[in-house]
Design a protein around this ligand. Structure first.
Ligand code: F6R
Length: 245
């Protein structure tokens, strides 16, 4: 594991964007594994700025996202497809035909998961997978469990996740109960993995996942076994491991 200590969220975002930009410059048709959520928003803003200043060309880049809610159309403003368009894709010269996200509207879970694994395998895994970290240590929607799940799978969202998401929907019943997520095997297939973590809310998960034993109860801990894993974390996210650095 390579640890890059950042000062704060803005610093995390700049450092992560520089790594992704270098990847695109070295391999213009690279496959980027992408995440949603609040953590990568600043990174995406930095990448957009680099594109606007003429330093980055996304025209040949291909992407594969981690996850999507089951039952939301790609135009629903809480879908991850919509998130990716509004936070990155619509602002750069990427060909959206080359952007892959699980299809949350496919009712055939087995078929959709198999289709998505075939997409990942067709790429031979992402060249660089960007990740956030759940406060409970999840990566993608791979929640703490008794075993690591290898393939793309349909997960039932935890009550805590549904409660946390309720504020974005008209009623609690409108919150999706399931999601499709890339499995741990799909994430580990990436040639390089880059995880961004910021804020006190991530401190325990950072400690459990990257400074403790490797176990499915702390899903992100599997990344300790990845041959090219970089963690970019700010002072608050590293606040519980200061003595270990
Ligand atoms: C997002 C994803 C999740 C988030 C994680 C952290 O595609 O798969 O694992 O990365 O829940 O979310 P934020 O960044 O909102 O704290």
């Amino acid at each position: 594991m390579r640890l890059i200590c950042a000062k704060d969220y803005a610093d995390v975002s700049r450092k992560a964007a520089n790594i992704i930009a270098a990847q695109i410059q070295l391999k213009p048709d690279c496959v980027l594994g992408l995440a949603t959520g609040s953590s990568p928003v600043g990174t995406y803003k930095e990448l957009i700025a680099m594109y606007e200043s003429g330093d980055l060309d996304f025209s040949k880049v291909r992407t594969v996202n981690l996850d999507e809610y089951v039952g939301l159309t790609k135009d629903h403003d809480q879908s991850y497809a919509y998130f990716m368009r509004t936070n990155l894709f619509d602002h750069v010269n990427i060909d959206q035909a080359n952007c892959n996200i699980p299809n949350g509207m496919n009712p055939d879970a087995e078929g959709e998961c198999a289709r998505y694994d075939a997409v990942i395998d067709g790429f031979g895994g992402a060249d660089l997978q960007l990740l956030g970290l759940g406060p409970n240590g999840h990566i993608g929607f791979n929640e703490p469990a008794d075993a690591f799940v290898k393939n793309t799978n349909k997960v039932e969202l935890t009550k805590a996740t549904i409660d946390a998401n309720a504020r974005f929907f008209a009623t609690r019943d409108d919150v999706p109960k399931y999601a499709y997520t890339m499995g741990i095997g799909g994430i580990m297939k990436a040639k390089r993995v880059l995880l961004v973590a910021n804020g006190k809310g991530k401190a325990q998960a950072v400690k459990d996942c990257f400074f403790g034993p490797i176990k499915p109860q702390a899903p992100g801990s599997i990344l300790q076994l990845h041959p090219d894993f970089t963690l970019v974390a700010d002072e608050e996210a590293l606040s519980l491991v200061k003595d270990l650095l």
